[in-house]
Design a binder for this molecule. Structure first.
Ligand SMILES: Cc1ncc(COP(=O)(O)O)c(C=O)c1O
Length: 330
């Protein structure tokens, strides 16, 4: 019987960044300021600079970042948003949170992201926006998507929740459409020690509107001018993310160096996320092990359109082959 050693896929325990994280937490504890303080303000500036956008707004999660962008753009009931069925369900849930309707268009099998031809076929008079997902760090075909959006007068909202620092044709994700969303869920390339997210945008007016929306719709303290939500990136997470942001380019380079050639797509901007990164070649196997298998965190069991929550007739889907493609790539 061969002894099999299971290589841990990833550990969420802080590693060589532990002293910096301890220092960040201590700083926040000593200051005693936990919401909308100096750490968030500094993180937003540092994140915008690292991401190549004019503005960044810290919010409670990647899902909230997406729905707040849509709300900030005035998208809501009666509108349709074209997106991909091959993503975390949260992309489509963010659309539903605004009471708009997700319309699933098919994916391009080579990139696993929205197929521009399928987008064009899914446009109706109700279409208000296109939401490409830069899946596993692989940017969608943004030049083609932006051209369609311009032709039809549609907003583009980039789901970059898995694509921190990725670029497409040299342009950073989040800077090409109206805005982009990042997630800091702990397994993401830039992960918090809890939930978190951010909006990236070059549109400062949109950024300011989302700052109000994330804070109960307040224009100033105790002046609620519109129906906002409570979705602020807290000081502790902002301080931790500041410590990690400085390390992100080196971590990303290491992921790319370790990825298996067969899992890398031929796109200069692609950043390999934890979902498809190979275990570190430096992982030491016990001498008793004769085989090794890698654990996995997030092979998606289904495409979004196939979840029961999305099965109602009012959610349209093109004949998405995403499911077949997903099976082939697992
Ligand atoms: C592509 C994609 N979009 C949206 C989300 C939602 O992000 P969060 O979990 O921070 O709400 C995730 C996270 O799983 C994601 O991977």
């Amino acid at each position: 019987m061969p002894a099999t050693f299971r290589v841990p896929f990833l550990s969420l325990r802080p590693g060589d960044d532990r002293p910096a994280i301890d220092a960040a937490i201590t700083r926040v504890l000593d200051r005693g300021w936990f919401i909308l303080g100096p750490e968030l303000q500094a993180f937003e500036q540092e994140l915008a600079a690292a991401s190549g956008t004019a503005d960044a707004v810290g919010v409670g999660s990647g899902t909230d970042a997406l729905s707040l962008i849509l709300r900030g753009l005035g998208i809501g009931p009666g509108d349709e948003v074209i997106t991909t069925p091959l993503s975390a369900a949260y992309s489509a849930l963010a659309i539903i949170a605004t009471e708009a309707r997700p319309v699933f268009a098919d994916i391009d099998p080579s990139r696993l992201t929205l197929d521009p031809r399928a987008i064009e076929a899914a446009i109706t008079p109700r279409t208000a926006a296109i939401m490409p997902v830069h899946l596993y760090g692989q940017p969608a075909d943004m030049p083609a998507i932006l051209a369609i959006a311009e032709r039809h007068g549609l907003a583009v909202v980039e789901d970059a929740c898995q694509a921190h620092l990725a670029t497409c044709d040299g342009r950073p994700v989040g800077s090409m459409g109206a805005a982009g969303a990042l997630s800091f869920y702990p397994t993401k390339n830039l992960g918090a020690l809890g939930d978190g997210g951010a909006v990236l945008t070059n549109d400062r007016a949109l950024g300011d509107r989302i700052r109000r929306l994330r804070n109960g719709g307040q224009s100033s303290r105790y002046h609620h001018d519109e129906f906002g939500v409570n979705s602020r990136l807290d000081e502790m997470q902002a301080a931790i993310l500041r410590a990690r942001l400085t390390r992100l380019p080196a971590w990303t380079a290491r992921r790319r160096a370790h990825c298996l050639p067969s899992t890398c797509w031929d796109c200069p901007g692609n950043i390999i996320t934890s979902q498809i990164a190979a275990p570190s070649p430096r992982t030491r196997l016990p001498s008793s092990a004769t085989t090794a298998s890698a654990g996995s965190t997030s092979a998606k069991p289904n495409t979004t359109a196939r979840y029961r929550a999305f099965s109602c007739k009012s959610i349209r889907s093109s004949r998405a082959s995403g499911w077949r493609i997903l099976r082939r790539t697992r």
